[in-house]
Write a protein that binds this ligand. Sequence first.
Ligand SMILES: [Zn+2]
Length: 294
Amino acid sequence: MSGIFSGLSKLGLYGIEGVEIFEKDEKNDFLEENARREQKKADKKKVVIDEMDTIYDKTYICPVCDIEFKSKTVMTGKAKLVSIDTDLRPRYQEVDCIKYDCVTCDNCGYSVLTRYFGSLSSSQIKSIKDNICDNFQGVEFGKNIYSYDDAITRYQLALANSIVKHAKNSERAYACLKLAWLYRGKAEHLDETEIDYDAWLEECKSEEKKYLANAYEGFKNAMQNEYFPICGMDEPTLIYLIADLARRNKDYETSAKLISQLIISKNTPTKVKERARDLKEIIRQEVKEGKSME
Ligand SMILES: [Zn+2]
C-alpha cells in the first residue's frame, strides 16, 4: 500500500502512510472462518464415510475362548494403493488398511496380525489364557471405523500375545513395524488446529521411533535364524526393508552395506534394485545434511 499516501507526508501527515484504504470486514472474516470450519467438518465426515464403504464386519471363532466375535476388515480390491513409503508402508486413498490388519477377540483379549490368525498349539493357548485372558478386562472399539488409537491398542495386544505364545522374532518384529506405521499414520491425521497438536505430534514421532528400533532388531534376528519367506517377504525384499530400518535408526554403515549387496546381486529383482538405489541417494543426502549440521 506504500506510495498511495506518500504525497501527504509533505503536509506533515506522516502517520497515515501505512494505513489500509478499506477497513477489514470483521463480519466477513468471521463468516469465512465459520465456512472453513464447516468445510473441515464435512471433509472429515466424508473421509469417515469413504472408510466405512471399504470395510465390513468379518466373523471369527476365537481359537482361545471359542466364542464368536467380529473384526472389521477391508473388502478385497476396495482400497486404491497410492504410494509406498521407503520402509514398504503402503498408503491407500480411501482408508489406512494397516488399521484393519489385526484380528482381536474383544471377549478374551486374543489378538493377532491377520496373516497369523488361528494356528495355535495347545501350550500356546494355555499360555495366552494364563497371561492375557485371565487379566483381560474387556475393550470396546469404534462401531463404524477403527480410530488410530483403537488400532494401536489392537496391535499392542497382538504384540503382547506374540510374546506370551513365544512367536518367532519375525512375527513380533512385524507387529512393531506396523505399530510404527500406525503412529506415522496417526501423526499425518492429527488436527493442526488443535491446541495440543505439537505435543501429540512429538509423541507420535517418539513412539514411531521406538517401534522402528524394535522392528529393526527383530528383523535382523529373523534374517539370521528363520527360513524364507519371512512375513511373506523373499530374501531381497527383507534385506531391503532391514536396510531402510537401519537408515531410520541412523545405522548408516549397515544400511549402506546391505544396499550394495542388493545392487550387486543378480538375484535382486529389478523393482527392489530400484528401491535400493533410491535409498542409497536418500542416505547420501542424510549423511551430507548430518555432516553440515555438525
Ligand atoms: Zn477369545
